[in-house]
Design a protein around this ligand. Structure first.
Ligand SMILES: *Cc1c(COP(=O)(O)O)cnc(C)c1O
Length: 371
């Protein structure tokens, strides 16, 4: 298969993660794969202590800092083990030895999983839990109560399975706010100064599996205790500039390319957010106009711009819906059973053309069913 036909073969990938990447990023990685400009060897072959990788790491860090407006109060490190390892590292570093509990605001499956791991480390208090309505909404004003002496308050900015997304930070007073940003990282601007710690795996919006970005306020590093395993201690990674051991070189390189794409092609995070909101609107408009043929999972004011979750009024049609989408080049639309049949993940790199194609298919599918 030659290069041009490979690009022409691409379908619209609605996978929740690993997910679609910008075509420009894939093409750039392809062009540079055999010999990284200036290095004469592949990025897959370079030492993590070589000058070319020094440059990649520096540029990726600088790009991330510029995009998110990260100030000097926060450190940024690139870790392995996915967002899932952060479910443990966060309480190991920030809860051990603290007086107050860790507060968890649970708006879906990932928040539940994070709280479960934190309980292995220390006292966890559930500040709010949306399980009663099957995680279809966020807490309203005044519904979240956190202890003043809490070690931290944990929130999931976008629940990937349920499709419920925070529009602004919850009010937790002076308690350090910790956020699992895995499925909306770099999809919109955030005010990092409001957070004690942010973590995000890259394979949803920001790149490929293998690297997890952790942004941590410097004063919180003082909480880590010396009895922690070296590699699970945030201080180790800060002190060694993300090179305490061999980092995921290629994943960091791709993260850098995605940051550059957002900055140069998408108008930074403001532009990215506009683009993402417009895409999501296209699909939610179909749900809202479908007279109940399509039923969105989340309450309208909590809807995610990343994962559009819905079921069909007639659940027996869902298999047919997914099967009929595939020949049109719309793949991986099957949702998670816990919320209903369909999930369209429309992360940063999903082009608007892909979303339009899905919208057109949804309209046609409904019409064909006489609804
Ligand atoms: C995907 C995801 C995770 C898990 O990430 P891994 O890198 O697979 O460990 C955690 N939280 C959220 C919100 C996610 O979307």
């Amino acid at each position: 298969m030659d290069r041009s036909s490979a690009a022409a073969e691409r379908v619209y990938n609605f996978s929740p993660g690993p997910a679609v990447l910008p075509l420009e990023v894939l093409q750039r990685a392809r062009d540079e794969l055999v010999a990284l400009p200036g290095a004469g060897i592949s990025v897959l072959e370079i030492s993590h202590r070589s000058p070319p990788f020094d440059r990649i790491l520096e540029e990726t860090l600088a790009s991330l800092r510029a995009l998110l407006g990260i100030g000097s109060d926060h450190e940024v490190v690139f870790l392995q083990g996915g967002a899932s390892l952060q479910f443990s590292m966060v309480p190991m570093n920030l809860l051990r030895g603290q007086e107050g509990p860790a507060e968890y605001i649970i708006t879906g499956t990932w928040g539940q999983t994070g709280a479960k791991e934190a309980r292995r480390e220390g006292a966890v208090h559930v500040a709010w839990d949306g399980v009663a309505t099957n995680y279809d909404r966020l807490p309203g004003p005044g519904e979240v109560r956190v202890a003043e002496n809490a070690a931290y308050a944990h929130v999931t900015s976008n629940e990937t399975i349920q499709g419920v997304q925070w529009k602004h930070e919850p009010d937790v007073g002076a308690v350090p706010l910790v956020c699992d940003c895995s499925s909306d990282f770099l999809s919109r601007p955030i005010d990092v100064s409001k957070y004690g710690l942010i973590y995000a795996c890259a394979q949803k919006n920001a790149g490929i599996a293998g690297v997890t970005a952790v942004i941590i306020r410097k004063d919180l590093l003082a909480r880590s205790r010396d009895d922690l395993p070296t590699m699970l201690d945030y201080r180790t990674h800060v002190k060694n500039g993300s090179r305490a051991n061999t980092p995921p070189v290629f994943a960091i390189y791709v993260l850098g390319l995605v940051c550059e794409w957002i900055r140069e092609r998408m108008g930074g995070l403001e532009g990215m957010a506009r683009h993402n909101a417009a895409k999501a609107r296209l699909l939610y408009d179909v749900l809202d106009a479908s007279a109940g043929f399509y039923q969105g999972h989340s309450q309208p004011e909590c809807r995610s711009d990343m994962n559009v979750t819905f079921k069909l009024r007639d659940e027996s049609l869902e298999k047919e819906f997914v099967a009929g989408a595939t020949p049109r080049g719309l793949i991986d639309l099957k949702g998670h059973r816990s919320v209903g049949g369909i999930r369209a993940s429309i992360y940063n790199a999903m082009p608007v053309e892909g979303v339009r194609a899905l919208r057109d298919y949804m309209l046609e599918f409904q019409k064909g069913r006489g609804a």
